[in-house]
Design a protein around this ligand. Structure first.
Ligand code: PHE
Length: 338
């Protein structure tokens, strides 16, 4: 039995001298390991008289606790790898990979959906490849109607000529909804749309729209105007006024272009609204009776309104994003900014 093996000063000096985590582990083993000093002393306890054992046991425990404490403190000083471990310093300029996030258009779509859901609307979607019936015919565009020419349609080479197309607006989803469920209907229908457009700062062949549809007994043009105002005020977070100017769409009668007071200058005129005080958002109107007849809803019993506008318009206005193709270039510098 050699109690001088439990030399705390020697242990502390060795711990302080350990320069790496590995060295420290070695020192710890040497003093408190099974094959170290503590191990050997414990081994020899068996050879002692029973009366002497507790004293030695206490000395071993005290020594072990003191060594462990010093080791823990030194570990904290050395850090996880130790200061002398050769390593590449990657701290400069390493900002992590970052997590992905939703595209700005998707974020905007979800925000708009939330506003309408809070007004009691359902959210519906339809196919991007449509047939002539849903995109045109049921919406009161008869074959050869000049309004079709306004839509610059991209046709798909499938079936009869010019019967399958990339939808030019989200209005065909109105038809699909009314075909599949009876009134009352309150729905918004966001989605991607396509037109054979000449691309410029504000036009793209691929873009998004959000469509609204309400069908019920006794709905009026006033309900349409009120809904639009409530919605834009909720989205932009302040009281905005809307303006409805006469327009034409085959599927609404009367039809209107709707604009809101400019969110930037509150209507006094600025660069964004070209000094008009108004910002055009889209088209709207009361559902044409011919549309109700096409989907089997009695226009003598029900009335309804619909509206549709470009989704990209919203973030373009909010953040000044231009040209519109920025949304579809997928340049990560743009994507990561929003
Ligand atoms: N679908 C029309 C367009 O794309 C917009 C619209 C929707 C107009 C609903 C009236 C009612 O131009």
């Amino acid at each position: 039995m050699d109690l001088s093996e439990l030399d705390l000063d020697a242990a502390r000096a060795a711990i302080a001298a350990a320069a790496t985590a590995d060295e420290l582990a070695e020192v710890r083993k040497r003093f408190v390991g099974k094959k170290g000093a503590v191990g050997r002393v414990k081994e020899s306890i068996k050879t002692l008289d029973a009366a002497d054992r507790p004293k030695v046991g206490q000395a071993v425990n005290a020594f072990t606790a003191a060594v462990e404490e010093a080791v823990t403190a030194r570990e904290a000083e050395l850090g996880p790898t130790g200061p002398t471990e050769p390593s590449l310093d990657l701290t400069l300029g390493s900002h992590g990979r970052g997590r992905g996030h939703l595209h700005l258009v998707t974020q905007c779509q979800r925000e708009l959906e939330d506003v309408f859901v809070s007004l009691g609307y359902q959210v519906a979607e339809g196919p991007e490849v449509e047939d002539d019936w849903h995109n045109f015919e049921a919406l009161n565009f008869p074959p050869g109607h000049p309004a079709r020419a306004m839509q610059d349609t991209l046709y798909v080479d499938l079936g009869e000529p010019e019967q399958v197309l990339l939808r030019t607006h989200t209005s065909p989803v109105q038809i699909r909804l009314m075909e599949s469920q009876p009134p009352p209907i309150y729905a918004v229908m966001p989605g991607r749309t396509y037109r054979n457009e000449t691309v410029d700062a504000r036009h793209s062949a691929v873009f998004h729209q959000i469509e609204g549809l309400a069908v019920d007994r006794g709905l009026t043009f006033g309900d349409l105007a009120g809904t639009l105002e409530t919605f834009v005020s909720a989205y932009f977070g302040k009281k905005l006024k809307s303006r409805l100017l006469p327009s034409f769409f085959p599927f609404t009668e009367p039809s209107a272009e709707f604009a809101i007071t400019c969110v930037f200058c509150d209507g006094s005129g600025c660069r964004v609204c070209s000094n008009t005080g108004w910002i055009e958002l889209g088209g709207c109107g009361m559902i044409d009776p011919n549309v109700f007849l096409a989907v089997g809803i009695d226009p003598e019993v029900y009335t309804g309104f619909a509206f549709g506008f470009g989704l990209e318009r919203m973030p373009m206005l909010r953040y000044g994003v231009e040209p519109i193709k920025t949304f579809f270039d997928n340049d990560v510098r743009f994507l990561s900014r929003y």
